[in-house]
Design a protein around this ligand. Structure first.
Ligand SMILES: [Zn+2]
Ligand SMILES: [Zn+2]
Length: 341
């Protein structure tokens, strides 16, 4: 029996209801295969919001139940103290190194993983997870080299931007000390705030980049990849890298005076998700890249990250009629989601 959500045009809420019904039937023994209920596609936005709004509510009520919880507990606090000692309590040094590391380490770790797959098509058993299966296997070495050159240039620009941002962190009151580590509700509510700011800033700036004059001179570079690879996330014009990629992610923790550790967790999460969104591979247990891959395929669909503003402005209308929409979720079977059912 097919376990996919049948009604691919229904709302996210009805998708979740469908999944709950399938799970009920599974536990009643009426269907044999366990449904994929955990999703990280567009419908995950609801789960994500409920979790984070819960965090905000608790924060507003002065964290009555979770006031004393710190992220990760005692080990996190003692680890943080050791890190502060390592940096000699130098805030400027800690801000620059920690920010660059939390942007760079996830980026290069994921890209080293994809390198052999993109260039050699190995390991071969992972090839079946490629979304646009007839494209970029293997990736032309000349294109790949060009990609690395553009990335190096953009990462240098990002480093300069981070250094220049340090005075803004002082103005915003960024926190560094162990006693200022956030409570769990505060951590979740700040992560929600960062995600909302990024969705709004990225969606409108990205749409602006599709304005013909800006597209021709700036954004066209990024769209050279109609079937993107993980490296292509930073294959952009330098102006686009600063304005569209970096500022929507970097600035919000700085402006609200978040703890540097919260900022770094956000930078790592944003880098991980945006790199996977460009990877071109939809692996089990990984966030779905179908939404942004569709943007590279069609150009005028799916401008955002979470998809909330695309729904609002109806810029996902074609996507929602496509099979990619049906497959746009995290899944936990070894078979690619498009072969399952
Ligand atoms: Zn892209
Ligand atoms: Zn675009």
């Amino acid at each position: 029996m097919s376990l996919k959500v049948k009604n691919c045009h229904s709302s996210n809420i009805s998708q979740l209801k469908n999944k709950a019904t399938l799970l009920y039937h599974y536990y009643q023994g009426q269907i044999s295969d366990k449904p994929n209920i955990l999703t990280m596609g567009r419908d995950s936005n609801i789960l994500f919001s409920v979790l984070l709004l819960g965090g905000i509510a608790d924060f507003l009520f002065n964290g009555y139940f979770t006031r004393f919880l710190k992220i990760g507990g005692e080990w996190y606090i003692s680890g943080w103290l050791q890190l502060l000692q390592l940096f000699g309590h130098s805030r400027v040094f800690l801000f620059i190194i920690a920010t660059m590391a939390s942007l760079g380490i996830p980026f290069w770790t994921i890209n080293l993983f994809f390198m052999s797959l993109d260039l050699k098509g190995k390991p071969a058993f992972l090839r079946k997870y490629k979304i646009q299966s007839d494209k970029n296997i293997p990736v032309d070495w000349k294109l790949y080299k060009k990609c690395i050159t553009v990335i190096n240039k953009n990462q240098l620009i990002a480093t300069i931007l981070v250094i220049l941002m340090y005075p803004a962190t002082q103005w915003g009151g960024m926190k560094y000390e162990a006693e200022d580590l956030p409570s769990l509700p505060r951590f979740f509510s700040e992560m929600l705030y960062f995600a909302i700011v990024q969705e709004i800033a990225f969606y409108y700036l990205h749409r602006l980049m599709h304005y013909p004059a800006l597209y021709k001179h700036i954004h066209k570079v990024h769209h050279e990849w109609t079937a993107p690879i993980s490296m292509a996330v930073v294959y952009v014009h330098p102006i686009e890298h600063i304005v569209v990629n970096m500022i929507p992610i970097l600035l919000s923790p700085v402006l609200i005076g978040a703890h540097i550790s919260t900022a770094c967790i956000w930078y790592m999460a944003a880098t991980f998700v945006s790199t996977i969104h460009h990877s071109g591979y939809h692996f089990p247990g990984f966030p779905s890249p179908q939404f942004h891959d569709y943007h590279h395929l069609k150009f005028n669909q799916c401008y955002g990250v979470l998809g909330w503003l695309d729904r609002l402005h109806n810029t996902d209308s074609q996507f929602r009629k496509s099979l990619n929409y049906k497959w746009d979720s995290m899944y936990f079977t070894l078979k690619p989601i498009w072969m399952d059912g």
